[in-house]
Ligand binder design. Structure first.
Ligand SMILES: NC(=O)c1ccc[n+]([C@@H]2O[C@H](COP(=O)([O-])OP(=O)(O)OC[C@H]3O[C@@H](n4cnc5c(N)ncnc54)[C@H](O)[C@@H]3O)[C@@H](O)[C@H]2O)c1
Length: 255
C-alpha cells in the first residue's frame, strides 16, 4: 500500500453510496488505496466490487443493498454497516440520478424521484451517519457529491430537477457543516463537471460533443480524477475544512 502520510485513512472505515459503478466505485477504490476499509451501498449488488477492492488493496470491504430514498432501510443498513469493522468514520454520499427532460414535460412523479434520490437520499444518509457518530461519541467526515449543475445551468440538455437537487446538496452541505461543527463532524461537497461514467455514456453523442467543446481542458474528467479531493476531505489533513464545495470540472464553470 502506498504511504499516504497526513492523507492516510488507515484504521478508518468509509461508507460509499452508489458504490456499484461510476464515481462511487472509483472513489471507493481510491479511499481503499489510502488505507480505508470500505462499505458499499447501492440498489445493485456490489458484492463483486467489494471482493475486488478487498483483494486489490488488502482492506476489509463489504456491500449492502440499500435504497437511499428509504429512511428506514438507511437506518437499518447504517447499524449493520457499523458492525463490519466496528466503526464508521467517512461517508462519501454519492448515489444520484440525472434525467434530461423539458421542465414543461416532467411529471410530478419524475420531479419527486430526482429530489428523493439526489437530495432527500443525501439528507437521510448524512443524518443517519451523524446519528451513529454522535451516539458513539465520535467525529467524522461527510463528503456529498453535488455537481457543477448546482452552480450553473448546463446546455443544451434540459434538467431542471437535477440542477435544483444539486444546488440543494451544496447548501445542505454548508448548513450541516455549521450545525455539526461542534460535534466534530465535517461536511463538504465535491462538484464534478462532466465525468466519463455510464451516466454520461448513455447520453446522445451530439450532446457529449457539445459539452466537450465547452470544457477548457478539452476533455471530460475520469472518475479516478475525483479521488484526491475526496481522500483529502476525508483525511485529518482537512481537519479545519468544512462547508467547502470543491469544484472539479476542467475549468468548465469559469467561462
Ligand atoms: N458523471 C458525471 O458527469 C457527474 C457529474 C457531476 C455529478 N455527478 C454525480 O455523481 C454521482 C455518481 O454519478 P455517476 O456518474 O457515477 O453515476 P452512475 O449512474 O454511473 O452511478 C450511480 C450509482 O448510484 C446508484 N443508485 C442510484 N439510485 C440509488 C438509490 N436510490 N439508492 C442507492 N443507490 C442508488 C446506481 O445504482 C449506480 O450504481 C451522482 O450523484 C451524480 O449526480 C456525476
Amino acid at each position: 500500500m502506498a504511504n499516504y502520510g497526513i492523507f492516510s485513512l488507515k484504521g478508518k472505515t468509509a461508507l460509499v453510496t452508489g458504490g456499484y459503478r461510476g464515481i462511487g466505485r472509483a472513489v471507493a477504490e481510491g479511499l481503499a488505496e489510502a488505507g480505508a476499509d470500505i462499505i458499499l451501498w447501492d440498489l445493485l449488488d456490489a458484492a463483486e466490487v467489494a471482493k475486488h477492492i478487498a483483494e486489490k488493496f488488502g482492506v476489509r470491504a463489504q456491500a449492502f443493498l440499500c435504497d437511499v430514498t428509504d429512511p428506514e432501510a438507511v437506518e437499518r443498513c447504517m447499524a449493520q454497516s457499523a458492525e463490519v469493522t466496528g466503526t464508521l468514520d467517512i461517508l462519501f454520499n454519492n448515489a444520484g440520478i440525472g434525467p434530461h427532460k423539458d421542465a414543461l414535460e416532467v411529471t410530478p412523479q419524475e420531479w419527486q424521484k430526482v429530489m428523493d434520490v439526489n437530495l432527500n437520499g443525501v439528507f437521510f444518509v448524512a443524518t443517519a451517519f451523524a446519528r451513529w457518530l454522535t451516539a458513539h461519541g465520535k467525529g467524522g467526515s461527510v463528503i456529498n457529491t453535488a455537481s457543477m449543475s448546482g452552480l450553473i445551468v448546463n446546455v443544451p440538455q434540459q434538467q431542471a430537477s437535477y440542477n435544483a437537487s444539486k444546488a440543494g446538496v451544496i447548501h445542505l452541505t454548508k448548513t450541516l457543516a455549521v450545525e455539526w461543527a461542534s460535534k466534530g463532524i465535517r461536511v463538504n461537497s465535491i462538484s464534478p463537471g462532466y465525468i466519463q461514467t455510464d451516466l454520461i455514456r448513455e447520453v446522445r453523442s451530439d450532446w457529449r460533443e457539445a459539452w466537450t467543446s465547452m470544457i477548457p481542458f478539452g476533455r471530460m474528467g475520469r472518475p479516478e480524477e475525483l479521488c484526491g479531493a475526496v481522500i483529502y476531505l476525508a483525511s485529518d489533513a482537512a481537519s479545519y475544512t468544512s462547508g467547502c464545495n470543491m469544484v472539479i470540472d476542467g475549468c468548465y464553470t469559469l467561462l
